[in-house]
Design a protein around this ligand. Structure first.
Ligand code: AMP
Ligand code: MG
Length: 520
C-alpha cells in the first residue's frame, strides 16, 4: 500500500512536549502525539470507493491486511506520527475551555492529484483530551457518520468525507439514553478524511489563553495551506481569511436548510474552518417540516440548535471566531463589517435557495412573502419536507386546483388537513401559479431544475437505524444498499422507490429514529 505522505501540521506547528498519554491541560501547542489503541479483532465493514481513489489507493489496497491494520489503528504507517489536535470551544453558548480530539486521532496527511487530505480515525482510543471518556466509538454512531458524510457530499453539501467503517472487535459500554441503563455495544472506527479538521475552537483556545504567538502561527499555517490564494499573511489577509470563513460557513448552512439537515450540536468546536459539515453526532433530517425541530435530546428543552436557528447560530459562532482573531487584527470595524454582511447575505441567499426549491430563478419583490407563507402553511400539519418539495415539481400552473393532489403524499395524518388548512393551501397554490406564469419557464425544464435542488433520497433517521440494527446482527447489506442509493440522491431510482416514503409510524418515537443522544 503506497500513500504519498505530506505531513505539514506536525512539522510546522508547535507540539505538546509531553508524550505520555495522560489527561492534561496543554499549553502553547497545537497538538499532542498519540498512538491509536490496538483492537481485538478488527474487521472492515465498508469502504468508500470514491475516497479510496481520492487518496490514491486501489480496491486491492482496500482488501489488504495493511489497510485493515492501519485504518483500525493497529499499525502506524512508516514515517507517520499520529496526533490529537488541541482545541477549545463554546458548548451550548458557554465557553468550555480545552476540549480537543478526545476520540479522534489524525494518522497522517496525504497528497494526491494536487489535493491534500488528512486521514483521521474516530474512535481509536484515549488521548490527552479524552477527559472522563474512553476515546472509543460504537457501531451505531459510526454507521451514522459514515453513511451521512458520504450522502451529504453527493447532495452537494460541503462536508468531511469518510474512507472506511470498521468494527474493532471490542465492546464499548454506553448509556445510550442517559437513563442509567448502560450496556455493551460493538466498538467501531471510522476513518474520516478532509483537507483539514481545524475548527473555530482551535483558534479560540489560543485567544482565550492570550497566547498570541501560537494563535498567529496557527492562523498563518492555515492561510498558507488552506487559503493560499489570500497570499502573505498581513492584517488585511487576516480579515479576508475571516471573510472567507464567514462566506463558506454561510453557504454550508444554506445547503443544510435546503436539504433539511439539522446538525444538532453546532458548538464552536464542531465548526470547521473550511466551512464543511463536521462531527456527525446527534444530527437528523427533517421529516415533518418544522423550524423548531432538533434531533438532539440534550438540547430538547431550549432547542438552541433547532433547524430554524441554524443560520443565526452560524453567525453567533462567527462572532466567537471574530473575537479570537481580533488580537491579530487589532481593529473591530472590519470584523464587524463581515458579520453584518453575513446577515444581509444570509437573508438574500436563503431567499434565492428557497426560490430555487420552488423552481423560481428570476426575482420578484413578492417572493419573500410567498416563501414565508409557504413555511407557515407547511407547519400547520405534519408535512414531509422531502416528499413535498420533490412532488411539487409536478405542480401545474395551469391547474392550481390540483395542487393538493400533487402534494398529498407528504401529509403524515391526512385527516388533520382540515378545511381551513386546505383553503390556505389552495390560496397559496393560486399565488404560486401566478408567480410561475411570470417566470415563464416550460414545466418540463422547471421540473428538471427543481429536481436538481430537491433531493428524492436523503438518509432519513429511520433508514440509518435499520442499517444499524442489521449491522449489530452482523448483516451489512443495508449499509451497502443505502450507501449506493445515496450516491445519486437527485436521480429517480425506480428500484428504490421504497425509500421515497414518509417515516413509518413505528419510527416516530423509537430511539435513533427521531431523537438522538450524544452518547456515541
Ligand atoms: P462532541 O460534542 O461529540 O463534538 O464532543 C465534544 C468533546 O468531547 C470533544 O472534545 C470530543 O473529543 C469529546 N468526546 C466525545 N466523546 C468522547 C469519547 N467517547 N471519548 C473521549 N472524548 C470524547
Ligand atoms: Mg466534536
Amino acid at each position: 500500500m503506497q500513500i504519498n505522505l505530506k505531513d505539514t501540521f506536525t512539522k510546522e506547528l508547535p507540539a505538546d512536549p509531553i508524550l505520555e498519554n495522560s489527561r492534561r491541560q496543554v499549553q502553547k501547542a497545537c497538538f499532542s502525539f498519540v498512538t491509536p489503541k490496538k483492537t481485538r479483532k478488527p474487521e472492515i465493514v465498508h469502504v468508500s470507493p470514491e475516497m479510496l481513489s481520492a487518496i490514491g489507493l486501489s480496491q486491492e489496497d482496500a482488501n489488504s491486511n495493511v489497510f485493515l491494520s492501519v485504518f483500525t489503528g493497529n499499525k502506524v504507517l512508516e514515517n507517520t506520527t499520529p496526533y490529537a489536535m488541541c482545541y477549545g470551544g463554546h458548548q451550548f453558548g458557554n465557553w468550555a475551555g480545552q476540549l480537543g480530539d478526545g476520540r479522534a486521532i489524525n494518522l497522517a496527511e496525504v497528497e494526491h492529484h494536487n489535493k491534500d487530505w488528512t486521514l483521521q480515525l474516530k474512535g481509536a482510543g484515549e488521548t490527552p483530551y479524552s477527559r472522563t471518556a474512553d476515546g472509543l466509538a460504537v457501531l451505531r454512531s459510526s454507521v451514522r457518520e459514515y453513511l451521512c458524510s458520504e450522502a451529504m457530499y453527493h447532495l452537494g453539501v460541503p462536508t468531511t468525507r469518510a474512507l472506511s467503517l470498521a468494527l474493532t472487535g471490542d465492546e464499548v459500554l454506553r448509556d445510550m439514553l442517559y437513563d442509567g441503563n448502560a450496556a455493551y455495544e460493538k466498538g467501531a472506527v471510522v476513518c474520516r478524511v478532509a483537507p483539514s479538521f481545524l475548527r473555530f475552537g482551535n483558534y479560540q483556545l489560543f485567544a482565550v489563553s492570550q497566547d498570541e504567538e501560537t494563535l498567529k502561527t496557527l492562523v498563518d499555517y492555515t492561510i498558507k495551506h488552506h487559503f493560499s490564494h489570500l497570499g502573505k499573511p498581513t492584517k488585511e489577509t487576516y480579515l479576508q481569511f475571516f471573510e472567507t470563513v464567514s462566506n463558506s460557513t454561510l453557504e454550508m448552512i444554506i445547503h443544510w436548510q435546503r436539504v433539511g439537515f439539522v446538525h444538532g450540536v453546532m458548538n464552536t468546536d464542531n465548526m470547521s474552518i473550511l466551512g464543511k459539515t463536521i462531527d456527525y453526532g446527534p444530527y437528523g433530517w427533517l421529516e415533518g417540516y418544522d423550524h423548531n425541530w432538533t434531533p438532539n435530546t440534550t438540547d430538547h428543552q431550549f432547542k438552541r440548535y433547532r433547524y430554524g436557528a441554524q443560520l443565526d447560530i452560524g453567525l453567533w459562532n462567527l462572532y466567537q471566531l471574530a473575537n479570537a482573531l481580533y488580537p491579530l487584527i487589532g481593529e473591530a470595524e472590519g470584523l464587524e463589517g463581515v458579520l453584518q454582511s453575513y446577515n444581509e447575505k444570509g437573508q438574500r441567499h436563503y431567499l434565492d435557495m428557497m426560490r430555487s426549491k420552488l423552481g423560481l430563478f428570476s426575482k420578484e419583490k413578492t417572493d419573500a412573502a410567498l416563501i414565508t407563507d409557504l413555511e407557515e402553511i407547511l407547519q400547520l400539519t405534519e408535512t414531509d419536507m422531502t416528499i413535498f418539495f420533490r412532488n411539487l415539481s409536478d405542480f401545474s400552473a395551469e391547474n392550481p386546483s390540483k395542487g393538493l393532489i400533487v402534494i398529498k403524499d407528504a401529509f403524515y395524518i391526512p385527516t388533520e388537513v382540515s378545511d381551513s388548512i386546505k383553503q390556505k393551501w389552495n390560496s397559496w397554490f393560486g399565488q404560486y401559479a401566478a408567480r410561475l406564469k411570470k417566470e415563464g419557464m416550460a414545466s418540463k425544464e422547471r421540473k428538471e431544475k427543481m429536481n436538481q435542488v430537491n433531493p428524492k433520497y436523503v438518509l432519513r433517521n429511520y433508514m440509518a437505524q435499520l442499517a444499524i440494527d442489521d449491522a449489530n446482527k452482523g448483516d451489512y447489506k443495508l449499509i451497502d444498499e443505502l450507501f449506493k442509493l445515496l450516491r445519486k440522491p437527485y436521480e429517480e431510482q425506480p428500484k428504490s422507490e421504497k425509500w421515497f416514503v414518509k417515516r413509518p409510524d413505528w419510527a416516530r418515537h423509537k430511539a435513533g429514529c427521531s431523537m438522538l443522544s450524544c452518547s456515541s
